[in-house]
Design a protein around this ligand. Sequence first.
Ligand code: USQ
Length: 415
Amino acid sequence: MKGRVLVLGGDGYLGWPTAMHLSRRGYRVAVVDNFAKRNWEQEVGVEPLFPIPTLHERVRAWREVSENEIELHVGDLTDYRFVESIFQSFRPDAIVHYGEQPSAPYSMIDVRTAGYTQYNNVIGNLNVLFAMRDLAPDSHLVKLGTMGEYGTPDIDIEEGYLTVQHNGREHTFLYPKTPGSLYHLSKVHDSHNIHFATRIWKLRATDLNQGVVYGVETDESALDDRLATSFHYDEVFGTALNRFCVQAVAGEPLTVYGKGGQTRGYLNIRDTVQCVELAVKNPADAGELRVYNQFTEQFSVKELAEKVRTAAEQLGMSPKVINAPNPRIELEEHYYNAKHSKLLDLGLEPHYLGEELIDSMLEKIERYKERINRNQLVMGVKWSPTGAVKAPPSADIDPPTRERVPVAVGDKTPA
Ligand code: USQ
């Protein structure tokens, strides 16, 4: 047995594949989840593309398929008593923390979803830090942060830290953050709290600033349909490339927001599980916060959509790429150069985004085409209700192809 790893958020798009990956490689794994994601799905009215059995059923299926056990704990990370009880019973060597609200659009719906996102993410993470301090001071936190914490500054993005010379003196700070949503901002708060905990309590932590993840499966999820991961294509939980592939299969336009020069780091879901394993294998020292920029390639959304268009055309589809009005407030043309060498130095072997890979995504999505709900593709979450979201010059803009369905949450009725 290599060690005991607690995977927080083990029911999610990345948490479940990570749990299986580590379990198959000889780690003793326990997953924790409160099924909040399944509630948010119901709240905004969306469903993952592939049918996802309950986590209890997935754990049973994993035992049957792999002959490995994954322990399951159900509870809420914002409840300290619960977190304490898991640390006492499981005694983790490493904690892989995915257990947060992961959607930028969800955090921007209204004050309730924004407040929920920040409370849920920041307090859950803080509870984990306290449990480590008091119950597992030698354990290693592997925390999923995001490249979006940095935003799109007009200088190179370093891997975690920036050395500043000022008035003849020099100091190294956590790299300054200018995130573009209240979700991304929640992860900035987490990073600062983790930095504090490593400095003051001498905890060990690695912050994985992950780019946008794409992909439909990992080696483990492909073993059996019951082990499928929770793949979203809707406007709230779906991410760029995954959405473009589903749009192509559905015969809907690929929605590049605005001018499409928004550039981000991207990685395959198979590389996410590889990176997390590398981080677990190489724990930070006591008092150290390691920061890795976890992505393998950078693309603009326009480039991504064109890649999907080309691959889809080869398969006989005829997708159209449109410049849809941007519901977000973000730079649509900007400098972007983010360093990302530390995980490669540890041995990461990237799966780059080639046509073959997009083909395999399109083919798998095609098998589930009947489950695609077109109403989920454009849902009308805006960064500002006041019309501050400006459409780019009309000449290169196609009108949205379908009316946006306003998202209603909590006790609000649709506008
Ligand atoms: N975009 C489009 N068309 C679409 C959807 C998105 O042009 O149909 C654009 C967005 O405007 C944005 C870029 O694509 O400029 C990326 O958006 P996204 O929805 O793929 O990803 P994002 O909201 O940034 O968040 C996702 C995950 C989040 C993770 C983050 C990594 O949901 O959990 O932290 O990717 S990163 O983007 O590096 O911050």
